[in-house]
Design a protein around this ligand. Sequence first.
Ligand code: UD1
Ligand code: UDP
Length: 394
Amino acid sequence: MKVLSVFGTRPEAIKMGPLVRALGEAPGIDSQVCITGQHRAMLDQVMSLFDIVPDHDLDVMLPDQTLNGLCARLFERLDALYARVQPDRVLVHGDTSTAMTAAVAAFHRRIPVGHVEAGLRTGDLSRPWPEEMNRRVIDVLADFLFAPTVRSRANLLQEHLGGTILVTGNTVIDALQQTVRRLEQDAGLRAQLDAPLRMLDPRRRLLLVTGHRRESFGQGFEDICRALAALAARTDLQIVYPVHLNPNVQGPVHAHLGHLANVHLIAPQDYLSFVRLMQRADVILTDSGGVQEEAPALGVPVLVMRDVTERPEAVEAGVVKLVGTAPQRIIEAVTAALQRPAQSRRFDPDASPYGDGRASARIVAALRGAPLPEFAAARRASAIASSTSCEVTP
Ligand code: UD1
Ligand code: UDP
């Protein structure tokens, strides 16, 4: 069976990395990888870390690309690729333009589609935008729906879709587990990763920030920057912010925060370095999907700069808090979270409602027609609630 995995952005590569490895080792599967190049530098960082050499690279990224321009290039190049490679199955991940176009282009050629990370929903097409639409479109046409959690399966069942649903856990926990093991086993590597951050003061608390959502461009990012500038006035705090390469993010962030001594604006980090940074952080402030899933497993409190999330499991368990983008609410939430004493960080896959490190194995087994027992997420809710509480009461 020829299985073509198609992905194109940083988070997709992190979450498909362990699966591509498992597919490569599976008997009876001829695994091929197509990267679309929707991202470039941020994607290439991950490819080299996971040691994946793509079979096909569509190289579609343009600076400040529009959604329609991007999708047009993707449809055209993917269609030509499918005609040439003739895969028996296409695998896509999540909710990006790459994933949506790769799924629709496969559907048009009657190639079966497997959706990794199926069934996440906010119920609001404008948040996250355009991702909520992308995810729904893929789920309508996929014949294999790999739902990370029981909740995501319930969302799919409500929509009466045709595909086979399997609860696998999220492959992000596979990636995180492999990365943390690597870090734990190698003190030299940890020192090497810490070296570029030697400006950090061990006596100050560390706030790690990421942000890139399209629905926050403009006023949302202005507000986020205003909140960070106010927080930077604290002498017991330091802020590290790896800035996404999107010009709509780079512009306001550098204009508002570039001159503040207490705010370290750094380039997007490779995954090893970023996991190390998450482990060192006292609080994470983010709008990222992946970080919402990773931080609970690392025992780090997370404040999410959004009003709704398609990942409600950790919010319900009390380890992730939605704080929106209004400056006062962000400032109060960070202040409250920092009142908790510093804690030692320990990776605990049992503390994650999102996975147990075996999602890739479950997906490969299902593709080979010998499914493994599903991910049992429900029993984890109480374990995670007791391990890391956000305890913020703005
Ligand atoms: C995309 C996804 C989003 C995902 C995010 C992860 C869509 C519609 N959006 O958003 O779901 O959460 O990736 O980060 O699929 N750029 C570079 N180099 C890079 C990457 C980006 O220069 O390596 C710049 C380019 O100017 C590019 C712009 O960022 O045009 C936007 O990239 P794009 O992939 O369209 O959108 P993201 O906001 O990154
Ligand atoms: N990440 C990274 N380097 C960074 C920032 C984030 O490797 O500088 C990782 C992070 O750990 C997570 C993923 O990138 O696994 C999330 O990517 P992003 O926030 O861009 O996208 P989203 O998850 O929101 O789609």
